[in-house]
Design a protein. Sequence first.
Length: 139
Amino acid sequence: GGYKDAAVFGDLLGYSCKVHGIAGLVIDGATRDAEGLAAVGFPVFARGVLPMGPFKDSPGSINLPMSCGGIAVRPGDIILGDADGVVVIPQDHAPEILTKAQAGLAKEQHLRQRIAQGEFIFDILKLDGVLKNLGVVEK
């Protein structure tokens, strides 16, 4: 997937995007100027880095459904990325997913509090029995 013959984004575009309030970019292809992009502080998620720049003879398209990394992305979808990867949240599922994410964060915070009080995560989650049933530890 993605265009891999030349980079389609670099530090000057990244700087321009940041100045104009764009939070980040996902590219199903390559970027260039990795050090420059890092210095600008503009997050870019791409398939790779190449030194060659793109041909500038195609205008591209805006606000149309597309596929990025084999995932359908539609105008209005929410894109989140961090060091672990990128996810696409369909716009019509966003409220439900937000509710589930908030519940998950609250559960993790509760677990962190219990761990801080000295409990062991394996005991909290009752993983000993699970590991025994899987044959990872002796019964």
